[in-house]
Design a protein around this ligand. Structure first.
Ligand SMILES: [Ca+2]
Ligand SMILES: [Ca+2]
Ligand SMILES: [Ca+2]
Ligand SMILES: [Ca+2]
Length: 245
């Protein structure tokens, strides 16, 4: 399939050269210069907050991810990740994020990234989405953590003495048990995320930037195995917040 696509791509390129040659030979005819097309792009940009599609091939730029405890949290080629939902497979591009490692009492580790930016309104988004490549039952559980800023300082202060628990800000979480083979789009309403630290923060989901609050500050992705000493192994791609679904 991939070879066919490449071949067609090659043919397309040849066709382009031919057309190009024709255009050059017909150059004397003049005519209006081709208009730049594309139209308004703001609509999509506003409807979707793409956290990362990993196509840069780097976890350092343009978005920086930190990793912790897990054996492998790294960029991985999608070339051999085939199967599952074909419409998802068609949109994952060249690279995704591989999360893989052995559990210590179910816990494997994970990664995170800081999301807050000045004048970025994330309060309009309703849904968390991620494309997941599973390796069948026992691939592991993905815990998604979102932190909102409740003491108005754009930082998620953590207590190193208490396993890096948040001190002032809310942590809203949801879990996805990955038990399928191949690609699948996972879509979770933000309204179904629950406060994971009652009594810390204001226990209200307030991702908006107001009164000095940075709103939604950061996202962490935590891997949990299905057995105490099990293994987690899946890939993530096209992590985003959206306004629909
Ligand atoms: Ca990708
Ligand atoms: Ca804070
Ligand atoms: Ca809380
Ligand atoms: Ca809050």
């Amino acid at each position: 399939m991939r070879k066919v696509v490449r071949l067609l791509g090659g043919l397309g390129l040849i066709a382009l050269f031919v057309v190009g040659a024709l255009v050059v030979s017909a150059g004397a005819m003049g005519g209006a210069a081709p208009q730049a097309t594309g139209g308004p792009k703001t609509g999509l940009a506003e409807k979707v907050f793409l956290v990362d599609n990993f196509e840069s091939g780097s976890l350092k730029s343009p978005r920086e991810w930190w990793t912790f405890d897990i054996e492998k949290a790294e960029i991985s080629a999608n070339q051999d990740l085939i199967g599952g939902d074909a419409s998802v497979e068609a949109t994952v591009g060249t690279y995704s994020l591989l999360l893989s490692g052995m559990a210590n009492n179910f816990y494997v580790g994970g990664c995170g990234t800081y999301l807050a930016k000045e004048n970025q309104d994330t309060s309009k988004y309703t849904t968390f989405i991620v494309d997941v490549y599973g390796n069948g039952p026992g691939s592991g559980t993905l815990k998604v953590e979102l932190v909102d800023d409740d003491n108005n300082n754009w930082q998620a202060e953590q207590d190193r003495q208490k396993q890096y628990a948040l001190i002032y800000d809310d942590k809203y979480v949801t879990e996805v048990n990955i038990d399928w083979n191949g690609w699948k789009k996972v879509s979770i309403p933000l309204a179904s995320f629950v406060d994971d630290n009652p009594g810390v923060g204001d226990d209200i989901w307030n991702p908006n930037q107001a009164n000095g609050s940075g709103g939604l500050l950061q996202m962490q992705l935590i891997c949990i195995a299905t057995d105490a000493k099990g293994k987690v192994n899946y890939n993530l791609d096209n992590i985003a917040l959206t306004m629909d679904e």
